[in-house]
Ligand binder design. Structure first.
Ligand code: MN
Length: 273
């Protein structure tokens, strides 16, 4: 498994996603095209299909066998009904493909809350420029910037946030209060849920985000982290969120690369149920 995590040192040969029936899948995909709490002019709802296209266009002979369970029906504004449906959809999909690794395609980061509710991991690793530990965001308890705090409140999971460089005020205090770690320990309680907010990357490599933060790590560095988490741990699930792009381009390509990295590192034995 460690070998798979190190393959990004070689020129990347993208692994395409081959659609297969649930019983044959190494991974199951659920799209969550929700951007209702993002404000501004969000476009994260387009991301699941952009990511599917990027992953399926990579033509290789030995693609990862993936069952695509489709997109969950979202409420365009309200997170609660969307999260409830997403949680139920993930549970149903896991029952249909019990040996497949659940992969959620966001959508804004709020969708990760539904995934951790459904999958109940022992650890959560969040790669994100932002800790997302606000108690309240524009009057909302459940939102893009609060989801991890809500997840912490409902679970004893070990939480690690990597790449965060935009913590402010109460968020910094919350990290200490909640015991959130900022470095990856050698071993985490398993299974681990890995969530990748594409804004963890430096904006030069992923410009299509809602809240760009300068001085972020590059794609190789983040791919290495993804490989370490996915290669060294039993995974409960993976998501890729916050791609805010009008169409194909560098941000979508970077996100697809990180998803490929996660699946390659997890290998065929990623499912834990
Ligand atoms: Mn973020």
């Amino acid at each position: 498994m460690r070998e798979a995590a190190q393959t990004q040192d070689e020129p990347t040969q993208p692994t395409s996603w081959q659609r297969v029936p649930p019983a044959d899948a190494d991974a199951l995909v659920v799209g969550a095209p929700f951007d209702g709490t993002s404000g501004g002019r969000p476009r994260q709802a387009r991301a699941p299909d952009l990511l599917r296209s990027a992953l399926e266009l990579a033509e290789t002979d030995d693609g990862a066998p993936v069952w695509d369970a489709g997109d969950v029906l979202v409420d365009p504004i309200e997170p609660e009904p969307t999260l409830a449906r997403l949680e139920a959809t993930i549970e149903r999909a896991c029952a249909q493909a019990p040996s497949a690794l659940p992969v959620v395609l966001g959508g804004e980061h709020t969708v990760s809350l539904a995934a951790v509710r459904a999958l109940q991991p022992a650890s959560i690793v969040s790669l994100d420029a932002h800790p997302d530990l606000w108690d309240d965001q524009h009057g909302r308890s459940i939102a893009q910037g609060t989801w991890l705090r809500r997840a912490c409140e409902r679970s004893d999971a070990e939480v690690v946030v990597l790449g965060a460089r935009a913590a402010r005020g109460a968020e910094t205090e919350a990290m200490e209060e909640l015991g959130v770690r900022t470095e990856l320990p050698a071993k985490l309680p398993e299974p681990v849920y890995l969530t990748v907010d594409i804004d963890v990357l430096d904006p030069q490599q992923a410009p299509g985000v809602v809240w760009p933060e300068p001085d972020g790590p590059g794609l190789d560095e983040v791919a290495e982290l993804v490989g370490a988490v996915a290669g060294d741990h039993e995974l409960a699930g993976v998501d890729l969120v916050e791609v805010n792009a009008a169409g194909p381009g560098p941000t979508v390509d970077a996100a697809a690369h990180l998803l490929q990295q996660a699946l390659a590192a997890a290998g065929g034995d990623a499912g834990t149920r």
